[in-house]
Design a binder for this molecule. Structure first.
Ligand code: SF4
Ligand code: SF4
Length: 469
């Protein structure tokens, strides 16, 4: 660059420099309603998820709530399984599988999760639908916002916010219902007899839904969601993305339908702006791939409807890949995808194996450290132990406690214990050993709890037996 190319900043008037805001004021986005193939897909993917979320806490399994994360009892009930704090590594592994699955889907098909199944997208769509029902179409809403306050405006706004709050309340109550028995929760909230934290969390999630889906909308995706920021790392040149085909569309320009655009040396884009008006994040897909694009495909449906009217081929905006846009072919099966599938299969296999072979009994043994040993009148050496026996099964079981590792060792105390389903029992017992059986001051000792009615239900715990030096 020569000196002549450099801009002398002193020559730039202050008014031209202007101020740069770190946080831009939000421009309200008025989205236009559009129907089309991908919106039907969104409907069919969103509704089952929404209904599943709302109805699942009401389902019962073996006389209890089918899915309940009982935090005070530190037990997670998921259908027929009960997860205890000891199982948290397994749940963490499950979350890792889910995250890895999301990465794999993103590499393959871009932001499918964001566009079709993310709760923020699903709830925002519901709130937008309610907005259209109460305030009217895009132009009617814009007119209403500019209009002075009137009884009609107040009535429409009140109806919109009341419906948003109602959906927020149902959502919040359902969410709390995953952590507190939902039938009790609803009864207690309706009869105003609930505990304070139930009110607090229901209010919190009601307001969170109302604010996120009603007011913040695309701001959550643009500024709060970390996934939006790093998902582009998972993209490659074969990832499916919503793209505008600029080779076909440019040079863009408005025209009458009757005009043969090829004669005018124009591309297929008639610059109608419909793709911008339907976009929930307010971007123009014709500017290229942007991190704000959540892949909802509204712009595809919008543009396809325009192409139909113009009698041009569909797909000016479409799901495609960078390779395809550059004139090549999309490689569906590529090393990255195959690696993801292999790793996912292994992870799912390991998790399934652990679930299937999981034994719902837990035993821990702690030797009494205050008293290293006792010497009985018979001369035998005794150690005291505290065992924690957890029956993590839903059914009651009896358990026999035995020891191994020291020849001739015996338990002084009750060895058979009947435990209710989900019960944890603390058992204190003594182990007695003849001094001649002990070669070392400290000898390893194993406790075993076995259910006589179901021998596969068994657990062991290691400890040590101490004798005088
Ligand atoms: S650009 Fe298209 S796909 Fe992306 S968010 Fe906007 S409407 Fe959805
Ligand atoms: S909807 Fe299609 S034709 Fe209209 S401006 Fe967008 S890309 Fe161009």
């Amino acid at each position: 660059m020569s000196d002549n190319d450099l801009i002398d900043l002193r020559e730039v008037a202050p008014a031209e420099v202007g101020e740069i805001d770190l946080y831009q004021r939000r421009e309200k986005i008025y989205t236009r309603k559009i129907e089309g193939f991908y919106q039907r897909v969104r409907l069919f993917s969103g509704w089952p998820l929404l209904l599943g979320y709302l109805l699942l806490p009401w389902a019962s399994w073996d006389g209890r709530q089918a899915v309940l994360f009982d935090l005070p009892a530190r037990k997670f009930y998921i259908l027929g399984l009960t997860f205890w704090p000891q199982d948290f590594p397994m749940l963490a592994f499950l979350l890792m599988i889910a995250a890895f699955g999301l990465f794999a889907v993103t590499t393959f098909a871009g932001r499918l999760w964001c566009g079709y199944t993310c709760p923020q997208t699903v709830w925002t769509s519901i709130f937008m639908w309610l907005e259209q029902k109460t305030e009217g179409s895009r132009s009617q809403r814009m007119k209403l916002d500019k209009a002075p306050l009137s009884p009609e405006k107040i009535a429409k706004k009140a109806a919109k916010h009341a419906s948003w709050l109602f959906i927020g309340l149902v959502t919040g109550m359902t969410f709390v219902g995953y952590f507190y028995p939902i039938r009790d929760l609803v009864y207690e909230l309706v009869t105003l007899s609930s505990g304070s934290w139930q009110y607090l969390w229901t209010l919190f999630f009601t307001l969170a839904t109302y604010i996120n889906a009603g007011w913040m909308r695309e701001q959550v995706c643009k500024y709060m969601c970390p996934y939006a920021r790093f998902q582009s790392v998972m993209f490659d040149h074969d990832t499916l993305i919503v793209s505008y085909d600029s080779k076909r569309g440019e040079p863009r320009g408005s025209r009458k339908r009757s005009v043969e655009h090829k004669e005018l040396s124009q591309g297929d884009c008639i610059d109608c702006q419909l793709c911008v008006q339907v976009c929930p994040t307010g971007i123009d897909i014709r500017d290229g791939l942007q991190y704000e694009c959540i892949g909802c495909a509204l712009c595809i449906d919008a543009c396809n409807s325009v192409m139909d009217k113009m009698q041009y081929p569909r797909g000016l905006i479409r799901y495609t890949s960078e390779h395809e846009l550059a004139g090549g072919k999309t490689h569906w099966m590529r090393p990255r995808i195959i690696s993801y599938m292999l790793v996912l299969s292994v992870m799912v296999g390991v998790f399934s194996y652990n679930i299937v072979t999981r034994v719902p009994v837990e035993l821990t043994a702690i030797r009494d450290r205050n008293q290293l040993f006792l010497t009985a009148d018979s001369g035998a050496i005794e150690n005291i132990y505290t065992l924690k026996l957890a029956n993590m099964d839903n059914d009651p079981h009896e358990f026999d406690i035995s020891i191994s590792g020291i020849p001739g060792a015996s338990i002084v105390g009750e060895t058979r214990h009947a435990l209710e389903g989900g019960e944890v029992r603390t058992i204190t017992l003594r182990v007695s050993v003849e001094p001649g059986s002990l070669a070392r001051p400290s000898t390893e000792l194993d406790f075993r709890a076995v259910s006589p009615d179901s021998p596969s239900l068994q657990a062991t715990a290691e400890s040590r037996f101490m004798k005088p030096l």
